[in-house]
Each structure stands twice: as C-alpha cells, then as structure tokens.
Design a protein around this ligand. Structure first.
Ligand SMILES: [Zn+2]
Length: 324
C-alpha cells in the first residue's frame, strides 16, 4: 500500500510537471508569495458600475457570499456576474451541498474562525481560497470554494479532489490564524510571512525548521523561473510539487497529507519528517481523528486524490489567500 501510494504521487507529479510554469506565474519574487488577487479586494470590481463584474484577474467569478452561522449559512449577497455564470449562481442547492460537505468534513469546534463562505466559478483553474475578513485580523476568515471543482458531494471521499481542496484550504486557516501568527513584525525571531511573524510554537514554524530554515535564503533569492528547479533540487523535502511554492503552501500540503494518509510515514525523508511532526501535536491528532472517525472515511485510500483527473484539469497553485 505504501509503495503504491508513492507511485501515485510520482505519476501525479510527472503529469503535473508541465503545469509548473503556470503554477508559479503569480509568484511575487520578493516575498515568495502568490500575489494577492482576491476578487473582492479589488476596488475596481465593486458595485459602482453595472458593467463591472466580481471577478479576479484570471477570469474566475465570485458568485455568492454567505454568512456562516454554526452549521448553517445565510446569504449575504449575490455578486454581479456575467450571464454565463447565472446558472451556477442560481444553483443554491449545489452551494448548500458544498457547504454541507465542509460541515461533515470539518468538526464544528474547529470551524470557529470561519465567518463567511463564498462560492465562485474557478474557470477550471482556481479551486479555493481563504482570506482574512479584515486586514490585520487573523481570527476571522472567508472560506471560498469553486463550484466547478465540486463533484461527488454525497460523502466525504479522500479520492475526491474537492475533499482535498477543502482540507488544504482549511490548513491555511489552521496555520495562519491569530494564535499562530502575530501581525506585529517587531522582534520577530522566527521568519516573516506576509501575514506577520509566526510564533516559535506555531505549526508553520515547526515545519519551517524541519525543511526550510537551511534553504530559505536560497529560496528568497529565486526568481519566478527558478522555482521549479528549486523543487526538483529539494524534492525529497516536499509532499507535492506545489508544496515547494513557499512555507505557507508547504504546511497546508503537509496538513492535507497528514489528514488523508492512513498512517504516519515510515520513511525518514524531510517530507516524511514534516508529516510525522504533526503526529506530535495533540490538537492536530484530535482533529485528524475526528475527521477520520467515520469508518467509510478511514477505509479510503490515502492521498488518492492525486490520481484524480481533476488534478490534471485544474491548477492547484492559484489559491487566493494572503501570504501563501
Ligand atoms: Zn494553498
């Protein structure tokens, strides 16, 4: 099983290799971060003109924003959209099914920081994003998912790419929240992210110490075109190609593997060490156990979302969240 798992990864990485250039197109060479292009953060996209639509730079369209109220969602607004997206905006049953999958997947007590749920059309490129509701406040988050990536919503299925997307995006909220990152950069003795300074006990800094500290200076000097070479050079450090994007994406990928893999890695590569380190965190182990408590979930093949055809169809690198 273990070997089979890694074969899947190898195949998936090979298949996705040709997409690397696209993955890294939006990378800010100075920060190593993806350039923020939250569709709602662009003031030119507001409602002042009837000709303006709520879309991002790459064509994805924000459809509907909901306020999260426990296990329920209440619509805040339908966004201004191009006519071709109306069928997706009006499919409220699908919106609700997407949210219900989130509630089945993520235990209630771990969803306290999720304040808004947003449905968008990702134009077969963007799968999901998270972003703080307000700048400078990492305690309240928007959680957004692409309706065109959502299929097979009937059950939690680790073979389904959408399940992986939910876990990966939640991994950002888990590792970038106010308990993990201090927005004050003064006296930062870890490393600086776009969100702020990770605490010494943070998940992202733990991950950084295992696999980034000794190569971070080299990483920071890369230009866009050199990032794929960086991944190839250090690939035994990373669970996926996308993980090499920056420390924020890496810890989200490590979290996704930690959750979706049946057991801890038996190897001792740096990539293995990162995942194994999460088993030493009782909070994460508790979350993992709760996500996987359903027997049908436990029986699913680990990390098999990597073989999902959607991985070829979508670029997973286009997340819209601050700093990663
Ligand atoms: Zn991400």
């Amino acid at each position: 099983m273990k070997n089979k798992f890694w074969i899947f990864i190898t195949i998936a990485l090979f298949v996705s290799a040709c997409q690397q250039a696209d993955y890294f197109e939006d990378l800010d060479p100075e920060t190593g971060s993806f350039v923020e292009d939250d569709p709602n953060s662009n003031d030119t996209d507001n409602d002042h003109s009837s000709n303006d639509h709520d879309h991002g730079n790459d064509g994805e369209a924000v459809l509907t924003t909901y306020r999260i109220n426990g296990d329920n969602i209440d619509k805040i607004k339908d966004h201004s959209i191009a006519p071709k997206y109306q069928i997706f905006q009006q499919d409220y049953a699908k919106h609700l099914a997407m949210w219900e999958l989130v509630t089945r997947l993520l235990p209630y007590e771990f969803r306290g920081r999720l304040v808004e749920f947003e449905v968008f059309h990702g134009e077969n490129e963007l799968l999901g994003y998270v972003a703080p509701i307000n700048d400078g406040d990492l305690s309240r988050w928007k959680f957004a998912l692409a309706i065109d990536a959502a299929n097979n919503l009937e059950q939690i299925d680790f073979k389904d790419f959408f399940t992986y997307v939910v876990i990966h995006e939640y991994g950002h909220v888990l590792t970038l929240n106010e308990g993990e990152i201090k927005t004050d950069y003064s006296n930062c003795n870890t490393f600086e992210t776009q969100e702020g300074c990770p605490t010494t006990n943070s998940f992202i800094y733990q991950n950084f110490q295992i696999g980034w500290a000794d190569i971070y200076e080299e990483f920071q000097q890369l230009n866009e075109g050199e990032l794929h070479g960086f991944y190839e050079k250090y690939r035994e450090r990373f669970s996926s190609d996308y993980a090499a994007t920056n420390p924020g994406e890496d810890v989200a990928e490590v979290f996704a593997f930690f959750i979706t893999t049946e057991e801890a890695p038996r190897g001792n590569t740096i990539a293995d060490q990162k995942i194994k380190a999460m088993y030493n965190r009782p909070y994460l182990v508790d979350l993992r156990n709760k996500i996987r408590q359903d027997p049908t979930v436990r029986a699913l093949k680990a990390g098999s979302w990597l073989q999902n055809p959607l991985r070829k169809q979508f670029k997973i690198g286009k997340h819209q969240h601050l700093g990663t």
